[in-house]
Design a protein around this ligand. Structure first.
Ligand code: ADP
Ligand code: ADP
Length: 233
């Protein structure tokens, strides 16, 4: 069963119908690419899953249960993490401290860890996911755009995300930095995460996706699966 399932979802802002009859499943270990031009409804879809907006009609189920999130916290508590383009990283703070900026999101006792321990955990997690950042004391703002995306994603995974919503993670990046992020998105998928990859870049979607949903003026114009995609390492 899908982790997140939207069935016939509609969302209006006053008399603007941002989404109409949208059905979509997010499954573990899959990369669902959501494509569409400006105004297609991509942000509205994210906001519903991330708990920023409720939907007007239809049903959203998470782990088989109907849900109406009334805050981002509820979405997060259901294992859904959203990585926005601004990444919610503090640029002047060290990489490892940024990694633990999410610590209030966990139920564990991370607040009690000492600095050396936190740094080690951050290093292990980043290494495990194949992100090489030699000096975790450097401010996160010094990292490349692709590395910053990876840190934000690694943090979400470390703190228990089962579903990752990535809002245009490559939009501001060039070819090399996009490559870093795309490889990392594949690693997240291989770790069993259900990834929703919002993009208006069909090429990036094609490189990593196995499920493609194209929105057009608030409707699903295409929903197709492909099982045979691998990304060259
Ligand atoms: P996308 O992210 O694909 O560009 P959006 O979800 O932002 O699409 O927008 C879908 C439609 O809803 C557009 O017509 C947009 O103008 C409208 N819309 C989005 N947010 C709001 C809002 N807060 N109030 C009114 N209309 C909105
Ligand atoms: P939210 O909709 O979550 O409040 P947004 O960033 O989408 O946040 O919008 C901020 C404000 O700008 C909202 O109050 C909304 O009414 C307005 N707005 C955003 N996008 C549009 C749009 N495409 N058309 C009309 N109003 C919009």
């Amino acid at each position: 069963t899908p982790i997140v399932h939207l069935e016939d979802i509609g969302k209006s802002y006053g008399n603007i119908h941002a989404l109409r009859g949208v059905s979509l499943s997010v499954r573990q270990g899959e990369i669902t690419c959501v494509l569409g031009d400006n105004g297609a409804g991509k942000s509205t879809l994210i906001k519903i899953i991330a708990g920023l907006h409720d939907y007007t009609s239809g049903t959203m189920s998470v782990n088989g249960q109907e849900r109406h999130f009334s805050s981002p916290r509820e979405s997060l508590d259901s294992g859904i993490a959203t990585v926005y383009q601004d990444l919610a990283l503090a640029p002047l703070m060290s990489v490892w401290r940024n990694f633990f900026l999410g610590n209030e999101l966990t139920k564990g006792p991370f607040g009690l860890l000492d600095a050396a321990r936190m740094k080690r955990i951050a290093q292990e997690e980043l290494t495990r996911m194949g992100i090489s950042i030699p000096d975790l004391e450097q401010p996160v703002g010094k990292l490349s755009g692709g590395q910053r995306q990876c840190v934000a994603i690694a943090r979400a995974i470390h703190f228990g995300a089962k579903v990752l919503i990535l809002d245009e993670p490559t939009a501001a990046l060039g070819v090399n930095q996009s490559g870093i992020v795309l490889k990392y998105v594949v690693k997240a998928r291989d770790a069993g995460i259900g990834v929703v990859f919002i993009t208006h870049n069909p090429h990036h979607a094609y490189l990593v996706g196995n499920h493609f949903v194209v929105l057009k003026l608030g409707r699903v114009a295409l929903d197709t699966q492909r099982a045979d995609i691998t990304l060259e390492q």
